[in-house]
Write a protein that binds this ligand. Structure first.
Ligand code: NI
Length: 185
C-alpha cells in the first residue's frame, strides 16, 4: 500500500482515453488499495486511475457520509463505504437533470456548479471481477459521471465557458508555482 501522486491540470495525461481493464488480478487489487488510500488522504470522494497516471478504466468512490442519526442528534463520524468500478458503462441517463457544486483532485481548490443527468443506470465489474448492474442518483450519480468523464479524458471544467476554464487552470498553475517557490518556515 502506498500513496500515489495525483496529477493535475494541465497534465496532458488527464486528456487520455483510458483503456479497458483486461484482468482482475493481484496487481490490480494493489492499485485499488493504493487508490483508496490516496483518495482518503487527499481527501476526496472519488478517484479515477488516470489521475494517478494509470490510464485504465478503473475508478474508486467513497462518499464517506456521516452515520445516520436521529433527528436533533449530532452528526456521527463519516462511515467508509468503498465502491470499486471496473470498466464502467452508462446504460441509461435520465432526462431530468440536477446541478451540484463539483470539484476535482486534479484541479485543486476550484469549484463550479455543473448540471448532469440526475439518475444513471450503470454496468461494471466489481473488485472481484463480477459483473454488476445498478441505478444511482444524488451525489453517487454525480460522482460516477464525473469519474467516468475522467476515463474519457473529460474534466468538469469542460462544461464551463472557455474563459472560466482557462482561468481555473491558470489559478491552479499559479498556486502550484507559489507553493513550489515558497519558503515555508
Ligand atoms: Ni475529478
Amino acid at each position: 500500500m502506498s500513496l500515489l501522486p495525483i496529477i493535475e491540470v494541465p497534465d496532458s495525461m488527464l486528456r487520455a482515453q483510458s483503456a479497458p481493464i483486461e484482468r482482475v488480478d493481484e496487481e490490480l487489487e494493489r492499485l485499488i488499495t493504493s487508490m483508496f488510500e490516496t483518495m482518503y488522504e487527499a481527501p476526496g470522494i472519488g478517484l479515477a486511475a488516470v489521475q494517478v497516471a494509470v490510464p485504465r478504466r478503473l475508478m474508486v468512490i467513497d462518499l464517506q457520509d456521516p452515520e445516520e442519526v436521529g433527528e436533533g442528534e449530532e452528526e456521527g463520524p463519516p462511515v467508509r463505504r468503498p465502491h470499486v468500478f471496473i470498466n464502467p458503462e452508462i446504460l441509461h441517463r435520465s432526462d431530468a437533470r440536477k446541478s451540484y457544486n463539483e470539484g476535482c483532485l486534479s484541479i485543486p481548490e476550484q469549484y463550479a456548479e455543473i448540471e448532469r443527468p440526475d439518475l444513471v443506470r450503470l454496468r461494471w465489474l466489481d473488485r472481484s471481477g463480477t459483473p454488476q448492474e445498478g441505478e444511482f442518483d444524488g451525489l453517487m450519480s454525480v460522482c460516477i459521471q464525473h469519474e467516468i468523464d475522467h476515463l474519457d479524458g473529460v474534466l468538469f471544467i469542460d462544461y464551463l465557458s472557455r474563459l472560466k476554464r482557462d482561468m481555473m487552470v491558470k489559478k491552479v498553475v499559479k498556486a502550484r508555482k507559489d507553493r513550489d517557490q515558497a519558503a515555508v518556515l
